[in-house]
Design a protein around this ligand. Structure first.
Ligand SMILES: Cc1cc2nc3c(=O)[nH]c(=O)nc-3n(C[C@H](O)[C@H](O)[C@H](O)COP(=O)(O)OP(=O)(O)OC[C@H]3O[C@@H](n4cnc5c(N)ncnc54)[C@H](O)[C@@H]3O)c2cc1C
Length: 265
């Protein structure tokens, strides 16, 4: 389907992008376009103006600090994360990005767009919560603030990035003991259920596809996960791909699998 007519702006700086977004309630940031353009084609969203972030080098790049902290620009693509030597400091990032959709989507789609769309079936929201990522949000006028990933995701397609704001970067602390498990629709397909885990003394597991936002559980060992999932009283959605009960069952299985993978590293 053809797009409805829409204004287009390509700012030369983050400050200019923020001014454009703040000046117009109907303006939306355009990152890789792999979600936004599709929902516009389906007429599920009709922004008046697209503010294209693709020219903004300030939003790109992956830096590795001496203490192992990774700082990833919001416009970094999945393919860049997969190929990056720095990102291998936290190997799970590239491993999970390599399984998202196909090469075309991975070459265009960005880490910022993935978390800002907060589609509950996306791979990265639970991963960001499990690894303890921190999200930096910038506001017109030069202000910025940091939000931990577990407070960033607020609802389906809703995050802590408010109107007129931009996610600029994501910081991820050092660590290697991570795991990710998913049941997808075919190879590299959309997730029916997924789980990301990090072991660092305790086990930190974030479940995806079972609620509007990732569900965070903390346990002492992988063996305790099935009981923790039961105690969370999940009420996942039912759809053509899986019933609510099946997703609940998958949540316990996949969370245990992800935690075992993390513990074995
Ligand atoms: C065929 C296909 C299969 C897919 N399968 C999967 C899958 O299995 N798993 C998965 O995780 N994803 C999947 N996706 C989605 C894909 O990963 C998208 O790339 C991602 O959801 C959005 O990233 P984007 O860079 O394309 O953002 P866009 O589509 O450009 O933007 C998405 C939303 O985020 C906002 N936004 C983007 N960047 C910022 C920012 N820096 N600050 C504030 N707001 C911002 C935009 O305004 C928009 O509302 C698939 C997409 C396609 C087309």
């Amino acid at each position: 389907m053809l797009l409805r007519e829409v204004e287009y702006a390509k700012p030369g700086s983050v400050a200019e992008a923020l001014e454009l977004l703040a000046a117009d309630d109907g303006a939306r940031a355009l990152a890789g376009g792999q979600t936004l353009i599709n929902v516009m084609k389906a007429r599920a969203a009709s922004p008046d103006k697209l503010v294209d972030l693709n020219g903004l080098e300030e939003l790109r790049g992956i830096e590795l600090a001496a203490d192992g902290t990774l700082t990833i620009g919001a416009m970094t693509t999945y393919s860049e994360l997969v190929a990056s030597a720095e990102a291998k400091a936290r190997p799970i990032l590239g491993e999970v990005c390599a399984t998202i959709a196909d090469v075309q989507v991975r070459n265009r789609g960005t880490i910022g767009g993935n978390v800002c769309s907060n589609d509950p079936t996306n791979h990265l929201p639970p991963l960001m919560v499990a690894v303890g990522a921190r999200m930096t949000i910038a506001t017109a006028g030069g202000g910025e603030h940091e939000v931990p990933a577990e407070e960033f995701f607020l609802g389906v397609y809703l995050t802590a990035v408010g109107p007129g704001e931009l996610l600029t970067r994501i910081s991820i602390p050092a660590g290697k003991k991570d795991g990710f498990a998913a049941v997808t629709l075919g190879a590299d397909g959309t997730c029916i259920c997924n789980a990301a885990a990090t072991v660092n003394g305790s086990v930190r597991v974030a479940l995806g596809c079972v609620d509007a936002v990732p569900v965070l559980l903390e346990t002492g060992s992988p063996d305790e996960i099935p009981e923790a999932v039961r105690a969370a009283n999940l009420e996942p959605p039912s759809d053509v791909h899986a019933s609510s009960d099946y997703r609940k069952h998958l949540a316990a299985v996949l969370a245990t699998r992800a935690a075992q993978e993390a513990g074995a590293r």
